[in-house]
Each structure stands twice: as structure tokens, then as C-alpha cells.
Design a protein around this ligand. Structure first.
Ligand code: AHG
Ligand code: MN
Ligand code: MN
Length: 343
């Protein structure tokens, strides 16, 4: 089998399809290299200084794990000096991180969740990194948070790395979805799937059912129907999986279909869901749509949402088209066919 490396893929995209400018290619290579470094740190486990909790909290009031901080530092350091970025933003940093003056600046903005699925670190279950790339607004002098507040449709690239039994990088630059497996001996990313597609139908769903008592009526109705199985209104038995790492759950859905949900619920009206729009929901929604699936917040297409804050949260329903359309339609009027078709 002919091996296509990430570098070759990106160069061919740049040359043949003209979808990737040279600076964006560099950016993706640098992020991929940082993910390789994070994968290495993850793999050390208890043999390295990577397990357990740090003494700090992030801006969302979550206790940081050592690996949250290590991964954040790896991504910052890797991306500071290349000249391809104007600024970065991260789940682990309250404010944006402009490129220091000692380095040249580029025209891209990079957002990331450096370590997704933190609760799985210490128990040796799959975790990952999620990233999203935007273009800095025309004429921007000094980057501000405002410059990042662009809807997901403006993303020029998005991806995630999943650190599981294999380390896999999943990427889109708006021309389908490609998967690259890390060849650990060679240290290179090798394409193992081109044009990944999510089947329109599925029998598998992912939601944290321990929150069931807090769910709103449309989510309750939808899940009750799935649980009713063959003799219920859906006429088939469904299976459930919940890894509690969005990367790993989305990767399963990309591989064999399914629907992933983290809905808003009745607990805190100021907290619309748990996941963050700009560096979790948007990049995943871009990938899912590029693979033929859809992603909504129950009412709107996620990629159309105008962000108001860097760290804002959003309800997420994504994956196989038929299921996401149905659960979205249960949320009522706002769900119309234009939004669902992702046009
Ligand atoms: P993070 O570790 O970056 O804070 O994200 C964790 C997220 C997401 O990956 C996962 O789907 C969800 O939290 C799991 O939440 P529960 O623990 O509530 O199931
Ligand atoms: Mn996360
Ligand atoms: Mn995280």
C-alpha cells in the first residue's frame, strides 16, 4: 500500500486543489507535531510527571489536571514562533494569547481544547486534543477577543487528535475529512482514511444518562423512544456508548455512525450545555458536516451561531443525519429543513 503522509497530503491539497495556502499548511503541520508531543506525554502515564491534578482552576472553575497544563504549554510553545499566527485561545486560558512581539505574526487565529476528556486521564481511557482555525479579520492590528468571535462557518480548518490504543489525527480544511494514524516507529502521520463518511442511519447513541432527571422534554422524549427499542415508535433496538471524552465519542461516530448529545438541561439556565462552542462544538461540527452528518444545538445549525464570548457553552447534538434531524425537530419550531440540511 502506498503511504501518504500528512505533509504529502497537505502539499497536494495546496498544489492540486488550491484549498490550503502555504501558511495554513505550516500551521496544520505545527499543530500535528504538537499533538505528537502530547501523545508522547500521555503515553508516559505514571512513569512521567503527567498524572493527577494540578493545584489550579481554569476560567470555567474546573480543577486543572497536570496534563491539561502540559498540553496547553506544548501547543503554545509549538505555535508561537512559526510566523503563521496572530493569536491563540484555549480552554485553559481566560484571555487570548497574542503572539509575542519578538516573533513575526501571521494572519491566522488558533483555538484549542488542549486536552479533552480530562476525567479519563488517570484511568487510562482515550483522551484527545481539539483545534479550530480562523482567519484574523482584515486590517486587524492588535488581536482582541472580539476578533475570535466568528461563527463556525468561518473556520478554515479544524481537527482533533485522539490518544487511544492508536493515536489518530482527524482533519478537515473544508474538502472532506481525512484521518492519519501516527506511525510511532517513524514518528510520522500516515493517511489511513480519506473522505470519511458518517452513515445517515444508526442504532447507536451517546449521552450521559446520569443527567436524565434534569433533561428538558424534547430530549426525554427522544431518549425514551430510543430506549423503547423494537416494540417502541422507532421499531429497532438501540445500543448506548458514553466514553466521556468528546473526541473519542465523535471518533466512534465518524467511524461507524451514531448520535452524540450533550444537551442543555434544567440545572442552570445560564449554562446552555457543558461543551464550549468555539473550541469543542465548532470544530467537531465542521468535521461532522464535512463527513455528511449534521450538528445542531437543538434549534440551530451549530456552525451558524454567532459567538458572544470566547468560552461560551452550547448544547450539542451531532452525528448521523436521521437521528440529529429527529431530536432537533422535537425541539420545535426553530428547526426547519434549511438549517438541518446545513446549507
Ligand atoms: P474537558 O475534559 O476538555 O473539560 O471536556 C470534557 C467534556 C467532553 O469531552 C465530554 O463529552 C464531557 O465533558 C463529559 O462530561 P460528563 O463528565 O458530564 O459526562
Ligand atoms: Mn473538552
Ligand atoms: Mn479540555
Amino acid at each position: 500500500m502506498k503511504r501518504i503522509s500528512l505533509t504529502q497530503h497537505l502539499i497536494e491539497e495546496q498544489r492540486l486543489n488550491n484549498t490550503i495556502p502555504a501558511e495554513l499548511r505550516l500551521l496544520i503541520e505545527v499543530v500535528a507535531r504538537a499533538c505528537k508531543t502530547i501523545s508522547h506525554a500521555v503515553g508516559k502515564g505514571a512513569l512521567g510527571e503527567v498524572m493527577g491534578t494540578a493545584e489550579t482552576e481554569n476560567v470555567q472553575g474546573e480543577v486543572q489536571k497536570k496534563l491539561d497544563i502540559i498540553s496547553n504549554d506544548i501547543l503554545l510553545e509549538a505555535n508561537e514562533w512559526g510566523g503563521h499566527l496572530a493569536a491563540m485561545a484555549s480552554e485553559e486560558m481566560e484571555s487570548i494569547h497574542p503572539i509575542p512581539n519578538r516573533y513575526p505574526k501571521g494572519e491566522y487565529l488558533l483555538l484549542f481544547d488542549p486536552l479533552d476528556g480530562s476525567s479519563n486521564i488517570d484511568v487510562n481511557v482515550s483522551i484527545g486534543t481539539i483545534f479550530s482555525v480562523l482567519k484574523a479579520p482584515e486590517g486587524m492590528a492588535t488581536p482582541t477577543e472580539q476578533d475570535f468571535l466568528q461563527p463556525g462557518t468561518m473556520q478554515v480548518a479544524a481537527g482533533y487528535a485522539v490518544y487511544g490504543p492508536q493515536t489518530v489525527l482527524v482533519l478537515t480544511t473544508g474538502n472532506g475529512v481525512q484521518c492519519f494514524t501516527l506511525d510511532r516507529e517513524m514518528g510520522s502521520w500516515v493517511m489511513t482514511q480519506n473522505a470519511a463518511k458518517i452513515p445517515a442511519e444508526t442504532k447507536e447513541f451517546a449521552i450521559n444518562t446520569s443527567n436524565a432527571r434534569h433533561w428538558h422534554a424534547p430530549v426525554k422524549r427522544y431518549i425514551d423512544e430510543l430506549l423503547a427499542g423494537k416494540t417502541g415508535p422507532r421499531g429497532k433496538d438501540y445500543n448506548m456508548r458514553w466514553i466521556a471524552s468528546m473526541v473519542a465519542d465523535v471518533h466512534r461516530i465518524l467511524t461507524r455512525g451514531g448520535v452524540f448529545m450533550y444537551p442543555a438541561d434544567a440545572r442552570d439556565p445560564d449554562k446552555p450545555g457543558k461543551l464550549r462552542l468555539m473550541y469543542e462544538a465548532n470544530p467537531m461540527a465542521f468535521i461532522v458536516e464535512q463527513a455528511g452528518g449534521i450538528a445542531t444545538d437543538g434549534k440551530r445549525r451549530i456552525l451558524d451561531i454567532q459567538p458572544e464570548k470566547l468560552h461560551q457553552r452550547v448544547a450539542v447534538f451531532l452525528g448521523s443525519r436521521e437521528e440529529v434531524e429527529r431530536v432537533t425537530s422535537y425541539h420545535g419550531d426553530a428547526a426547519d429543513s434549511t438549517l438541518l440540511s446545513g446549507k
